[in-house]
Ligand binder design. Structure first.
Ligand SMILES: Cc1ncc(COP(=O)(O)O)c(C=O)c1O
Length: 287
């Protein structure tokens, strides 16, 4: 039985209870984070906590804890649960209301929940074969930079991808590729790594930032630029990134091969750099 954190307490998951009047349950009124931990060390903790603060501020939920308190809670949580590598999920909702009303009463106490689950190393076959993706219309709202628990469009998009035999959906809005249903997008053209700039139409991914940082630190040409649909379809390489899936090379898009249909050379280089970084985190040499 895993141990979870709920409103100040650590307890077995089957004893954790949230009210049916919680605004997270009734409205999806809350935000979340997913933070991997390798060898007991939380990966890129401060950027994750900064994004949490930004999401909370954007939806006007007061941050229940300081950075130090958050770190203490999450470290204790991973210590309580098995697994060298774990993925921490945390969510903060606006709290429990007296009666159902969209407008929020001031002064509610946020509901804070966190759990941690073991994560396996990514399947090595992924780096050999890559994944299939399909392109779909980005049907989400205009504030995709907020990591909101309200994920119905993402759920439906991912399901559509799975039913089409693909691992992920790449979203297209007004002729431009924004990101995946639960991942950020990179393409490679003529040796340059390109990812769409941050803004309200995509989540500022922590893995995305790390990939850019690794590119900058190792002389990989890169730029942040809008990606037109035609550019996506003729890219030499396409990657999707996320904290739990790391870097996924997309080798078919809408049933057609990307490049030569195999993970490309720049992917292999970045995958190596990423693995080194992850190992440094595991050994406590990087954060
Ligand atoms: C819509 C969306 N974009 C991008 C990402 C990747 O973000 P991160 O690298 O911080 O996990 C996620 C992660 O879940 C996501 O849901």
């Amino acid at each position: 039985m895993s141990t979870v954190f709920l409103n100040g307490e650590f307890l077995p998951s089957d004893q954790a209870r949230v009210s049916v009047m919680d605004r997270g349950f009734l409205f999806g009124d809350g935000v979340y984070e997913v933070i991997p931990a390798y060898g007991g060390h939380l990966f890129r903790l401060l950027p994750h906590l900064q994004r949490l603060t930004d999401s909370l501020r954007a939806v006007r939920i007061p941050d229940p804890y300081t950075e130090t308190q958050w770190s203490g809670i999450l470290e204790e949580l991973i210590g309580e649960n098995p697994g060298t590598d774990q993925s921490v999920y945390l969510q903060v909702t606006r709290g429990v209301m007296d009666r159902r009303d969209h407008a929020f009463p001031l002064g509610l106490e946020p509901t804070v929940f966190a759990m941690s689950n073991p994560i396996p190393d990514p399947d090595p076959a992924l780096a050999e074969r890559g994944i299939a993706a399909i392109s779909l219309d980005d049907i989400r709202w205009q504030s995709c930079h907020i990591k909101a628990i309200t994920l119905l469009p993402n759920v439906l998009l991912r399901q559509q991808a799975v039913e089409a035999g693909a691992a992920e959906a790449i979203l297209i809005r007004d002729g431009h590729a924004t990101e995946g249903a639960a991942s950020n997008l990179f393409i490679v053209r003529d040796g340059t790594l390109i990812t769409p700039p941050k803004g309200p139409l995509l989540l500022p991914g922590i893995t995305r930032d790390l990939v850019i940082e690794l590119a900058a630190g190792h002389g990989v040409p890169h730029r942040e630029n809008a990606i037109g649909e035609a550019e996506l379809r003729t890219a030499d390489e396409v990657w999707l990134t996320s904290s739990t899936k790391e870097i996924m090379p997309v080798t078919t898009l809408d049933g057609r091969p990307v490049g030569d249909g195999r993970p490309g050379p720049l992917y292999r280089r970045m995958h190596g750099l990423y693995r080194e970084y992850k190992q440094a985190v595991r050994e406590g040499r990087a954060g």
